[in-house]
Design a protein around this ligand. Structure first.
Ligand SMILES: [Zn+2]
Length: 328
């Protein structure tokens, strides 16, 4: 392979606090969808603070990285709601991107091809190629972090759906505050999207904390709650029982609908494998199909799914463009 055959793609994982970046090299001549299976994982080369209020500062931050990394294209994993069809972003944590056609505007400002994918989608692709979903035809990856996110991958392709937001299972008025009588006096918890009964404010790390505060009156972090649960503390047991039931119920509907062979989990709560195993056990008892092995499992890319997923997207896009050129 000569240098002229390869293309350097700079991958970004952009959240409300930091912009993390790494580089991957793609062979243009051999680029096929299958070759995405042999992609180099981009290691994190550095991180800078995310400029959240000024779009010119945001562009300048990306430009400073591109100059260092000699990028010929960029692929971005972006945390937040993002319509992959219209390109319009709705990102509470980065107000300077709100309402913009981010892909087009960044591409013009940086004079480079830019691809943007939702962070849940990037995590889902990383897991489907190399992680807990690598042997699955259908996988539904979930993020249980500050918020709840997810992504569906079928046959190694991310399913984006109408509006580009397929897999965003965190919102919709489906939660039963009583958990079927498990806790009859639970209040309905309002979601940041202004609805009530969403999965996000119950099943995220913040949700676990607010359930615990409501049931016990104690203010603990999600890590403290799971540690107390493992130690057998009764108040934490009550909280985790309620949480696990609610999460398993929401997932059971999705499992019956999609029939995934794997549900890799990311986000902070997935770092406690015993919590994930507890939910998995309840989930497999609820669903129609007979899953003999764990279905919900901690993912392999809990921390760097954004960069790895962005690299896969870049490779897939290049493969599609190469195929189109060959056919012309
Ligand atoms: Zn909501």
């Amino acid at each position: 392979m000569t240098a002229a055959d390869s293309k350097l793609i700079t991958c970004f994982d952009i959240g409300g606090s930091y912009i993390r970046y790494g580089t991957t090299s793609v062979n243009i001549k051999q680029s096929t969808l299958a070759s995405a299976e042999h992609i180099e994982h981009p290691e994190e080369q550095g991180r800078i603070k995310t400029p959240t209020n000024s779009f010119p500062d945001f562009i300048a931050a990306l430009r400073s990285v591109i100059i260092q990394t000699h990028a010929s294209a960029i692929s971005i994993s972006l945390a937040g709601a993002f319509d992959s069809h219209t390109g319009i972003a709705d990102i509470a944590n980065i107000p300077c991107l709100n309402g913009r056609h981010v892909e087009t505007e960044l591409s013009q400002a940086l004079s480079l091809p830019v691809t943007i994918t939702n962070d849940g989608g990037c995590f889902a692709l990383a897991e489907a190629y190399y992680g807990a979903g690598k042997d699955a035809t259908t996988s539904f990856s979930i993020i249980l972090g500050t918020g709840v996110g997810g992504g569906i991958v079928f046959d190694k392709k991310l399913v984006t759906g109408f509006g580009g937001i397929a897999g965003e299972w965190g919102h919709g008025e489906i939660m039963d505050p009583t958990a079927g009588g498990l806790e009859p006096n639970m209040p309905v918890i309002k979601c940041g999207c202004s609805r009530t009964g969403c999965v996000d404010p119950i099943c995220s790390a913040r949700g676990l904390e607010s359930i615990h505060q409501t049931l016990s009156g104690d203010i603990l972090t999600s890590i403290e709650i799971t540690k107390a649960w493992i130690a057998g503390e009764p108040k934490a047991i009550r909280t985790v029982n309620y949480y696990s039931q609610q999460l398993a119920r929401a997932l059971s509907m999705i499992v019956n609908l999609l029939g995934p062979e794997a549900i890799p989990a990311g986000g902070g709560l997935a770092k406690e494998p015993r919590l994930i195993a507890n939910v998995d056990k309840i989930l497999r008892e609820m669903v129609l199909a007979n899953y003999q092995k764990p279905l919900l499992q901690p993912g392999h890319f809990v921390d760097n799914g954004g960069l790895v997923g962005a690299a896969i997207v870049a490779r897939q896009n290049l493969a599609a463009a190469t195929k189109q050129n060959r056919e012309i």
